[in-house]
Design a binder for this molecule. Structure first.
Ligand code: APR
Length: 305
């Protein structure tokens, strides 16, 4: 089994490490910055004896090495800087993703694409159109990360185990994200049963702002530990055919009353990529938020496609 990671920066390098160290599959790490993917590839491969698995890691600038990949994860592009929204990255990263995809289509036309570069939903829409791949093979990683951030903040607020918290965030991976209070719970009790409304509202707001908070702290670049963990869990669900239900950005064709737009909703992930789109009962407010979030993605896309 082979997974290729395009972009050997913070997210891509950490993802390659997670895949290699877990023994999940061989990894090809590709970047345009000659030397960087090779150096990281050698370094990761040198750890194999200590970790004790035979998964191969190769860093390269040569896209032909991605051929035969079950999944290609795209992390190439600029991260945001303090004061920037994910949406501010759109012009540069849309151009980058188009270049990357022309190579992926050439060498790995049967692969499943996992898009990580931001602005995530917009780039997933572009990836779907420019690759020509079937919609089940074009997936955006956003909701797993946002849900994990929401879960962490809930667990910290209540001082409970992270394993007792279920949290779900749908919608765009950006300002339009929708932490679903109605679908989030602690040891089986809904959030509203365990916390007063003001606290729940504050957790929702902190979840939306978490990425920006990390960008502001770092001063340069954006989060990569949790993003790479989220991407790793999705790659694993596909490679191991886990049939795992997670939120991801996918093309909707009527679900939630939306068509012809990729946006974050719960899906079942398995060996074919998206195996099912799950329609949850949403409150009227949540439905409206999802429609507004989709409209915002669409209006940005009209200038890019
Ligand atoms: N092909 C391959 N690699 C590229 C290309 C390209 N056309 N263009 C840029 N890259 C590489 C850069 O050389 C760099 O090594 O992408 C890498 C990006 O790494 P970082 O700058 O460290 O950014 P990172 O933190 O990994 O974030 C990458 O993921 O989570 C998102 O918002 C984040 O859009 C950003 C992306």
């Amino acid at each position: 089994m082979k997974v290729s990671v395009i972009g050997a920066g913070n997210v891509g390098g950490t993802l390659a490490q997670r895949i290699a160290e877990s023994g999940l599959s061989d990894v090809v790490l590709v970047d345009i910055a000659d030397g960087v993917p090779q150096g990281k590839g050698f370094d990761l491969a040198d750890a194999r004896s200590i970790i004790g698995n035979d998964c191969k890691v190769e860093g390269t600038t040569d896209y032909s090495k991605i051929s035969g990949s079950k999944v290609v994860v795209v992390t190439a592009g600029l991260p945001r800087q303090p004061g920037m929204s994910r949406e501010d990255l759109v012009a540069k990263n849309a151009a980058t993703i188009k270049k990357v995809l022309s190579e992926v289509v050439k060498y790995a036309s049967d692969t499943i694409l996992l898009i990580v570069t931001n602005p995530l939903d917009i780039l997933t829409n572009i990836a779907l159109k420019t690759s020509g791949f079937e919609p089940n093979r074009v997936i955006g990683m956003g909701g797993v990360l946002d849900s994990s951030r929401f879960a962490n903040l809930i667990a910290e607020e209540l001082n409970v185990s992270i394993n007792d918290v279920k949290a779900l965030v749908i919608g765009a991976h950006g300002q339009g994200m929708i932490p679903l209070v109605s679908q989030s719970s602690v040891s089986g009790k809904t959030l509203s049963e365990v916390l007063p409304k003001e606290k729940v509202d504050a957790l929702v707001e902190d979840t939306v702002k978490r990425g920006a908070q990390i960008v502001a702290c770092l001063g340069k670049g954006s989060a990569y530990y949790a993003p790479s963990a989220a991407a790793f869990s999705m790659v694993k669900a596909i490679l191991k055919d886990e049939k795992k239900v997670v939120p991801a950005s996918v093309l909707l064709s009527g679900q939630y009353g939306l068509t012809d737009v990729c946006i974050g909703v719960p899906v079942c992930l398995g060996t074919s990529g998206i195996e099912e789109i799950i329609e949850l009962p949403l409150t009227d407010e949540e439905k409206k938020q999802l429609i507004d979030s989709a409209e915002s993605i669409r209006s940005t896309l009209t200038n890019l496609l």
